[in-house]
Design a protein around this ligand. Structure first.
Ligand code: WT7
Length: 605
């Protein structure tokens, strides 16, 4: 077995490896270098690896044939579609929103943008028209790439229709490229909307890669924070490439010839880094799956592993817990002997899920890498290395070489001892880190670099054990992690408060058996309102403003919310109530009206 050992191809070497400060912040890796990430993901593997499958695509419907795209084939398709973009006026630096299902053309679209130096902003297919509209406006994206529809489980999701709704008042959108996946009828606006397939016929096969500076923007990816408005996390070309490659090959110990299956959606950072850029930069075979783990039944992942002889499986705790709940019948007759390495990402993996995965899927012979990272870190930061460094259930274990972590107490002082808890920060830059939040650098500074001096604050709480192993305990800010998806409580509150008859609301997370965290909403409504009707309206409003993933699991009608004298909602107390930790509510003496709390406890659901 071989490790991948080709040097990167750069058009010009860097003159300075790193310049940085965390006060502005200003981070520059590999200044002076020029390159194009697609040359490293595609051209570099040719002709030697021309026939190696780059992408294997497994459709939603197991009876439809799968597709395998060799490196040569993927290269050609990316070049051709890059020319389609160029022919339609897309230029270097332009923002292109991509709203598609999990099909190879999604990867092709992203790589085609990168090929010509356009900045992609991929929007997860579960987001609503309003969310798309916000993102298109924030990035001022004049181009959109979408599909007629997408298949997910038993559903046929009308993507183009949602895009139409999102941009109906956005006259600056010049072109919408539509790939036909479901062949369902869609509206095509003359002069604006074009068919992917028609444009392809007119496009040249050869497209030289645009020369990019190391710190030119590669992509924007929106993510939720503690305010109501998602922010556009910006990643740049060289550093992101180096970090996704380095982490991919080392964490998974990828060997040439292995088939690697990451179950994430490309709409999230995991898919960007570990379906597209990391694996392709390493000449790997990356399997992408269009559907969901439970369609047509809860054995689908294991069928895919057996069918494609998957060696490495990278998935999420929420998926594992949901499959666990379906029972071992869906696993028992499956041939999982090809598996060598398992990986987990997105949220803390509880010990029960860890052991289930280790025993029933890995048959006690596959190491599990528990990989901690974030949209902002670009790639994995804390993880064991498969089969090389020790694993410990529910611990991400150790920082990767080059990552300098620290835990800080509430006063911002570093805690150096072993066996302590604190807020997780990073003291030194790494190549894959966030550079700015698009069009709003101050927000980047404020969110990540102002809480603690000279450190990047992750927003996570963390424990370090006697051996120095790290265990992430979850977010300490107003951000929820629902099925591995990041949702801001303020966004959900905004959507609830937009409903007629609602006075105010407070949203917190609570432990949920499958989703990790569930969404608990305390809602104050006007008198004489029919609450079942309001409940429906709330769900509709959240689906419309954010997407169905953010619908509250529980809604409790309350007369008042617990507030301090200055009017701040005491979320700490609401969180405790939602978690059922009623004996340990902490100090309630600063509340304007402590009786409110008793009232809420009495009507708890
Ligand atoms: C947040 C980042 C990283 C890609 C997917 C999510 C949580 C992520 C782990 C892990 C415990 C984890 C953290 C982090 N998280 N991985 N292995 N163990 N928690 O990306 O949407 O940017 O969310 O996910 O809370 O801050 P994201």
């Amino acid at each position: 077995m071989d490790r991948y050992s080709q040097p990167f191809c750069v058009e010009k070497k860097w003159n300075q490896v790193l310049e940085w400060n965390f006060t502005e912040p200003n981070i520059k890796w590999f200044s002076g270098a020029q390159l194009n990430i697609t040359e490293n993901c595609l051209d570099r593997h040719l002709p030697e690896r021309a026939h190696v499958p780059a992408l294997i695509w497994e459709p939603n419907n197991p009876h439809e044939s799968f597709r395998s795209l060799s490196y040569q084939n993927l290269f050609e398709q990316v070049c051709r579609f890059a020319n389609v973009l160029k022919n339609n006026g897309v230029k270097k630096g332009d923002r292109v929103c991509i709203y598609m299902g999990m099909i190879p053309e999604l990867s092709i679209a992203a790589l085609a943008c990168a090929r010509i130096g356009a900045i992609h902003s991929i929007i997860f297919g579960g987001f609503s028209a309003r969310s798309i509209s916000d993102r298109v406006q924030d990035a001022h994206a004049e181009f959109i790439i979408t599909c007629d529809g997408a298949y997910r489980g038993a559903k046929d999701i009308p993507l183009k229709k949602t895009v139409d709704e999102a941009i109906q008042n956005l006259a600056f959108v010049k072109k919408v490229f539509v790939y036909q996946r479901t062949n369902s009828p869609v509206f095509m606006q003359k002069g604006r909307d074009v068919w992917w397939s028609e444009e392809l016929k007119k496009a040249d096969a050869i497209c030289p890669a645009e020369t990019m500076n190391a710190e030119d923007i590669l992509f924007i990816l929106y993510t939720s924070g503690s305010t109501g408005k998602p922010k556009g996390v910006v990643h740049t070309c060289a550093g992101y490439m180096v970090w996704t490659h380095y982490t991919f090959v080392n964490v998974f110990q990828y060997q040439i010839g292995q088939t690697y299956f990451c179950t994430a959606d490309i709409g999230w950072i995991t898919g960007h880094s570990y379906i597209v850029y990391g694996p392709l930069s390493a000449g790997a075979t990356s399997l992408m799956f269009e559907g969901i783990p439970t369609y047509p039944d809860a054995g689908r992942f294991w069928d895919i592993v057996a069918k494609h002889q998957v060696h490495i499986l990278y998935t999420a705790p929420t998926a594992i817990r949901s499959l666990m709940a379906h029972g071992l019948d869906f696993v028992k007759d499956k041939n999982l002997s090809s598996l060598q390495v398992l990986g987990s990402v997105g949220e803390p993996i509880n010990e029960e899920a860890w052991h289930w995965l280790y025993k029933n899927i890995g048959k006690e012979k596959c190491p599990i890498v528990d990989t901690w990272w974030q949209t902002e870190t670009g790639g994995i930061m804390i993880s064991n290395l498969a089969g090389i460094t020790p694993q410990k259930p529910s611990y991400a274990t150790l920082p990767l070489p080059g990552v300098q972590l620290c835990l800080v107490d509430e006063n911002g002082n570093e805690i150096k001892e072993a066996h302590v808890s604190g807020n997780l920060c990073i003291k030194f830059p790494w190549p894959g880190m966030i550079r700015t939040t698009y069009n709003d650098h101050e927000r980047c500074r404020q969110t990540y670099f102002s809480t603690y001096k000279n450190a990047y604050f992750t927003g996570d709480g963390c424990l370090r054990d006697e051996q120095g192993f790290y265990r992430i305990t979850g977010r300490v800010d107003d951000v929820l992690n629902v099925s591995g998806h990041r949702i801001g409580t303020a966004e959900v509150e905004n959507a609830i408060n937009a409903c007629k008859g609602i006075i105010e609301s407070a949203v917190v997370g609570y432990p949920h058996e499958i989703k990790g965290q569930g969404i608990y909403a305390y809602v104050v409504c006007e008198e004489n309102h029919e609450t079942t009707e309001l409940q429906k309206n709330i769900h509709a409003s959240v689906s419309e403003m954010i997407g169905a993933i953010a619908k509250p699991d529980k809604i409790q009608w309350v007369k008042n919310l617990p507030k301090t004298r200055s009017g701040k909602i005491m979320r700490r107390i609401l969180r405790k109530i939602a978690e059922n930790e009623l004996s340990n509510l902490g100090d309630t003496s600063t509340l304007l009206d402590p009786a409110v709390v008793d009232d809420i406890i009495k009507t708890k659901i």
